[in-house]
Design a protein around this ligand. Structure first.
Ligand SMILES: [Zn+2]
Length: 200
């Protein structure tokens, strides 16, 4: 993958050519993948208040008149990493309880209401605008995906933490792309085994 493709990962490009998560879960997946820990820090799509503002606006999570502060951007990044940890926990075992604490803190000011459309269908909607509303929308998606069971298929790559949607029958996928992270993990395990044999 060249740099141009790497910069598109998480938006236009999915490692391994996977399809993005279905329905609204795709937005939460894009949120987690607004940064990949294998890439330079300044590629973080919500790394500064300006970038966070542009990203939230582009995704329809805040309107153009909302001002995103540096502190808002920081709490969004903290929430993103907590949700990433939950996605990794979907195949790596229970997360550190502190992670649930971060999400619980975020949810205190992120209120949702049950809205109803003309056809009588219900929908969770933020009950206030701004960054709190954006956080509420994201947590609402997390909640809905947990109810439908789709959340269990959103996994954090064991190597790079990238969130991918596992459509395999037995939900066995562990890496964003076998050809990238799967092989890297295996090579490292191989080198570790070899050096421990050499040291014996
Ligand atoms: Zn990966």
């Amino acid at each position: 993958m060249d740099e141009r493709d790497k910069r598109r990962v998480g938006e236009q490009v999915e490692p391994g050519g996977r399809r993005k998560a279905p329905g609204r879960l795709e937005l939460l997946q894009r949120f987690v993948n607004s940064y990949n820990h294998d890439f330079p820090r300044d590629w973080d799509r919500i790394g500064t208040q300006e970038k966070a503002q542009a990203w939230l606006e582009q995704k329809g999570l805040v309107s153009a008149d909302v001002r995103v502060s540096g502190a808002d951007a920081a709490r969004l990044r903290e929430l993103r990493e907590a949700i990433r940890t939950l996605a990794i926990a979907n195949h790596a075992g229970p997360p550190d309880p502190a992670v649930a604490g971060i999400i619980a803190r975020a949810s205190r000011t992120a209120r949702l209401q049950v809205a109803v459309d003309d056809a009588g269908r219900t929908l969770l909607q933020p009950d206030r605008p701004g960054v709190d509303g954006a956080v509420a929308s994201l947590l609402g998606i997390l909640h809905e995906a947990q109810l439908t069971g789709e959340w269990r298929r959103l996994k954090g790559c064991r190597q790079c933490g990238y969130a991918f949607f596992d459509r395999s029958k037995n939900r066995s996928a562990a890496w964003c792309a076998m050809s990238i992270c799967g092989n890297r993990t295996k090579n490292r395990a191989y080198r570790r085994r070899r050096s421990s044999t050499t040291n014996d």
